[in-house]
Design a protein around this ligand. Structure first.
Ligand SMILES: Nc1nc2c(ncn2[C@@H]2O[C@H](COP(=O)(O)OP(=O)(O)OP(=O)(O)O)[C@@H](O)[C@H]2O)c(=O)[nH]1
Ligand SMILES: [Mg+2]
Length: 383
């Protein structure tokens, strides 16, 4: 399917760039346009792939281009004040060919966390095409302000979009690595999954049962939060082993049905973009990507039955994403409308605590101020 990507804030901009890069690398043109929006000039300058004319600085009168330092109320204000500027920047780039919008933002900061939900609301009002959100959750060690921002943004964002994808930085951080060092790897993991999901409807090849944009859109219809599972396998590896173990077949070449069902199983059991209980999902979509002769209709059908039995809802779709290039077979399983997400509960708790503390601090301040005022009252005029 063809998407218009808007990267809001620093994380948003960087992940948007990873989308563009992935589309280029794989020769799939599912990213029609990518726009980076930010309050910090230096963040925009730091991008490498999105052309200069597609980087939009907002809130300059308020922030002088220096960003807003994790104040997401200010982020929302900037977006509200500048909504016509952003909207016309999107309009100018052309929206007639697109199937959907995708707004990406890190939820822990200020600019994207506050601004993205405001933009989503506006786009939903203006366009008929679905508006999807991709929210990146902060890692726990980034502190409670980030958690508070994320908890707040999440609750608004999810209600302003047609479907909300979550990605948890914490779940993807590797041991010993600082979160910043990990970003490049993490962003690649993100687009590997979303690239298959959104690229699927744009396949140039003929396959047995090719997934189209409508199937992706219908799976996402109904809203809520979505998560994605992924697994991949190199095709050559089996042939390579066979050479060593001889023709008698100590290692038999996997037939395509077994390979697809095994990969779907691994995608479901492996690490999800947001860890959650997938049995609570309302809908699901299975996509198998790879060279057409490695894909299997029967494999997809068998997997569909398994997932239907697994999830709460009954709508399970599935199909192929034939790719001639490449030496991998990959499967993506999208679970739409999941309701049991422990990380959200955790964030809300941390967020609520942080809010309490902020209230306490401000009431302490008020008390001090009050005391000061009281003392002032007792000050007698000197003359
Ligand atoms: N996955 C991923 N997360 C990122 C990246 N850059 C920042 N983050 C995360 O995003 C959150 C911070 O959001 P930013 O996007 O930096 O904030 P912003 O929207 O620019 O807002 P302010 O800078 O506060 O005005 C933190 O939780 C970071 O860990 C990135 O390239 N990839
Ligand atoms: Mg920033």
């Amino acid at each position: 399917m063809r998407i218009f990507v808007i990267g809001y804030g620093q994380a948003g901009g960087r992940v948007a760039e990873s989308f563009v890069e992935y589309a280029k690398k794989t020769g799939q043109d599912f990213v029609v346009r990518a726009l980076a929006v930010n309050t910090a000039r230096s963040d925009l300058m730091g991008l490498k792939i999105i052309p200069m004319e597609d980087r939009l600085l907002v809130g300059e009168s308020l922030t002088k281009g220096h960003g807003i330092g994790a104040d997401n109320e200010l982020g929302a204000k900037v977006a509200t004040d500048e909504i016509y500027t952003i909207q016309s920047a999107i309009d100018k780039r052309g929206t007639h060919q697109i199937d959907a919008f995708l707004i990406i933002a890190g939820l822990g900061g200020g600019t994207g966390s506050g601004g993205a939900p405001v933009l989503a609301r506006r786009l939903k009002k203006l366009y008929e095409e679905p508006v999807y959100g991709l929210g990146i959750l902060p890692s726990e060690d980034e502190g409670s302000l980030y958690s508070l921002n994320a908890a707040r943004s999440l609750m608004t964002f999810v209600n302003e979009v047609d479907n909300f994808f979550l990605f948890d930085n914490d779940a993807w951080k590797k041991g010993g690595e600082s979160i910043k060092e990990a970003f490049e790897d993490i962003n690649e993991e993100i687009v590997r999954r979303f690239g298959i999901l959104f690229g699927a409807g744009e396949a140039n090849e003929v396959g047995q049962m090719v997934v189209d944009a409508a199937e992706v859109i219908n799976t996402l219809k109904g809203g809520g939060i979505s998560t994605i599972g992924y697994a991949a396998e190199e095709i050559e590896s089996v042939g390579f082993l066979k050479k060593f173990f001889g023709k008698k077949g100590i290692v038999e070449k996997l037939d395509s049905v077994t390979r697809i069902t095994a990969l779907v199983r691994r995608a479901v059991a492996g690490r999800l973009t947001i860890p959650c209980d997938v049995t609570t999902a309302e809908k699901a979509l299975i996509i198998a990507a790879g060279p057409p002769k490695e894909l299997s209709r029967k494999g997809i059908e068998k997997s569909k039955v398994r997932i239907e039995e697994m999830i709460r809802g009954t709508e399970v779709r599935g199909g192929d994403y034939p790719l001639v290039k490449g030496d991998h077979v990959a499967t993506v399983v999208l679970f739409s409308g999941v309701s049991d997400v422990p990380r959200i509960k955790e964030l809300q708790e941390i967020g609520a605590e942080a809010q309490e503390r902020i209230k306490e601090v401000s009431s302490e301040k008020e008390k001090e101020y009050q005391e000061l005022m009281d003392t002032n009252e007792t000050i007698k005029p000197l003359f």
